[in-house]
Design a protein around this ligand. Structure first.
Ligand SMILES: [Ca+2]
Length: 469
């Protein structure tokens, strides 16, 4: 029974446990249908450069390359997919062992690397009081942050922490029960448009919708337009992150659909949008509600969904792009034993056609034995369930200006332990880790419009700011 219950659900609302169990029992083994509108076929797409055959259930995945844009002697090679282990050099002359999978021994976890340079001295201070904050987004040209709340509002917060009146209210469309609710918000980088990701109050399905945004930041409710709807077979693992990438396309985090253990084996199935990161241009074109970029990895692949960018994810509730490198950092919530951080290096294609392993692996550890291990990319970091927590909430690399000792560290949280931690990144390996604070039930660590990091806590109904100690 415990395998059918997500750890995040356990920590959030006990009443949801019954719901998860019920939905798990009432849904059959047939795969979900996808209810989005047809998309144009990019017949001239260069699918041959890595899309593979797409034969079900495990598509061929574009292999990650090992050619960073600016290789240096200290840059470790990406561990070869499918190999037992790889020892990689670090900048301090030591080594870090990573295990791409298949090794259930906890001692295979990459050890903490003694790192050169100062240890970050940073703390979390109170910034603003907002009920049920799940994420922060920035609007081009606006100094305010915009906070999505799980119950269905978007509220602006000024640089001094003053909370404004909601600029959007979709509380009638969604319910904040368990892992459901308004889960994502992103502003278009050039057009006066915003996109939200929520689970519908009636069906539980994921909806991605567009609104036009006035000069003052107010959403035009009448402009609401459906972009994409994805059926959700269970109540949990809805993903929810929306973020525009450096290419101007919208990236969408989709969980594996829920229950526990990826029961219908969706995460590695390229015919299913669940358990993936998707990439679309969400703007309407003619009668099409959105378009698929022609260089998406599964464009033109028979039986595969062209919206898919990366596969093998369990619940990428929060991910972010590193503004300094364009690398994509994904916090993928684990099953019952391991939480993980994945990186799609921009120099290796930014996750194009990448396979992050679930449900063949949970972190570095074999999970569903019959699921293929081919080309699975191991996490850069994992941690075991226990005192450190049980449900990861990403996460961003610090690229701000006011805490030099935190520069380049990846800051993330755990929902269960309430901890916010900074993880040193040495080239392509995880190094030392430092506890920054324990604000409780953290849903995200996000970059604010000032480039500094903020922590949204649904436990405290508050937003904290990470500042120099
Ligand atoms: Ca993984």
């Amino acid at each position: 029974m415990t395998r059918t219950i997500d750890t995040r659900t356990v920590m959030v609302v006990l009443s949801v446990l019954t719901m998860v169990g019920c939905s798990g029992a009432s849904v059959g083994s047939s795969g979900p249908s996808v209810t989005f509108a047809p998309v144009p076929t990019a017949s001239s797409a260069t699918a041959g450069t890595g899309a593979g055959s797409g034969s079900a259930p495990m598509p061929a995945i574009a292999a990650t390359t090992t050619t960073p844009a600016t290789p240096t002697p200290a840059t470790p090679a990406t561990p070869a997919p499918g190999t037992a282990s790889a020892t990689t050099p670090t900048s301090d002359g030591g080594t870090a062992t990573t295990s791409p999978g298949g090794t259930p021994d906890p001692t295979s976890v990459a050890p903490v690397v003694a790192a050169p340079g100062p240890t970050p001295t940073a703390v979390i201070v109170d910034f603003a009081k907002v009920d049920l904050p799940v994420g922060i987004s920035s609007r081009p040209g606006d100094e305010r942050m915009f906070v999505a709340t799980q119950d269905g509002t978007v509220v602006p917060v000024a640089p001094d922490g003053t909370v404004g009146a909601p600029v959007l209210d979709v509380t009638a469309l969604t319910d904040d029960d368990g892992e459901r609710g308004l889960l994502g918000l992103a502003f278009h980088p050039t057009d006066p448009l915003a996109y939200i990701d929520y689970t519908a109050a009636d069906t539980g399905n994921t909806h991605i919708e567009e609104f036009t945004v006035a000069a003052d930041g107010t959403f035009d409710a009448a402009s609401r337009r459906a972009v994409l709807e994805i059926e959700q077979p269970y109540a949990n693992h809805n993903g929810g992150q929306l973020a525009f990438g450096p290419d101007g396309d919208l990236y969408i985090g989709m969980g594996d659909g829920g229950a526990g253990g990826d029961p219908q084996r969706r995460a590695l199935d390229a015919a299913d949008l669940l358990g993936k990161i998707l990439r679309i241009d969400p703007r309407a074109t003619g009668d099409q509600p959105y378009t698929v970029p022609a260089d998406n990895p599964f464009v033109g692949v028979s039986g595969a969904k062209p919206e898919i960018w990366s596969v093998g994810l369990r619940n990428p509730f929060r991910f972010s792009f590193d503004p300094a490198t364009n690398d994509l950092w994904i916090a993928d919530v684990g099953q019952n034993a391991w939480e993980e951080i994945d990186v799609a290096w921009a120099a290796d294609g930014g996750g194009r056609g990448a396979n992050f392993g679930w449900s063949a692996f949970e972190g570095n550890h074999r999970y569903n034995d019959e699921q293929p291990t081919t080309a699975a990319i191991p996490p850069i970091h994992e941690y075991a369930h226990g005192d450190a927590g049980c449900s990861i909430s990403g996460g961003a690399r610090y690229r701000g200006n006011v805490i030099p000792s935190l520069q380049g560290w990846y800051v993330y949280a755990d929902y269960c332990s309430g901890q916010v931690r900074a993880l040193q990144i040495v080239d392509r390996a995880a190094g030392a880790e430092v506890l920054l604070g324990t604000p409780g039930a953290v849903s995200s660590v996000s970059v604010g419009p000032d480039g500094e990091l903020y922590v949204t806590s649904v436990g405290n109904n508050a937003i904290g700011k990470i500042v120099a100690a």
